[in-house]
Design a protein around this ligand. Structure first.
Ligand code: SF4
Ligand code: SF4
Length: 62
C-alpha cells in the first residue's frame, strides 16, 4: 500500500510534532516548515494527522 502525504505549508507552524511522532521518519523540518521528505516510507498510521494541532497534514491512500 502506498500513501500520498501532504503538508499545507500555510497552516504548518513548524512545531515539529509530526517529525517526532512518525515511526518511520517521513518528515523533515525545512525553513521552519514540515516536509514529507520520505513519503514513500509512509505506513498510513495517521499518527501525524492526529498530532498536528494545525490540521496541516493529509494522508491519503493511493
Ligand atoms: S505537526 Fe503540523 S504544524 Fe507541527 S510541524 Fe508537523 S505539519 Fe507543521
Ligand atoms: S501516517 Fe504514520 S507513517 Fe505516514 S507519515 Fe504519518 S505518522 Fe508517518
Amino acid at each position: 500500500m502506498a500513501y500520498t502525504v501532504t503538508v499545507d505549508t500555510d497552516k504548518c507552524t513548524g512545531c515539529g510534532e509530526c517529525v517526532d511522532t512518525c515511526p518511520v521518519e517521513v518528515y523533515e523540518l525545512q525553513d521552519g516548515k514540515s516536509t514529507p521528505a520520505k513519503a514513500e516510507e509512509c505506513l498510513g498510521c495517521e499518527s501525524c494527522v492526529d498530532v498536528c494541532e494545525s490540521h496541516a497534514i493529509a494522508v491519503e491512500e493511493n
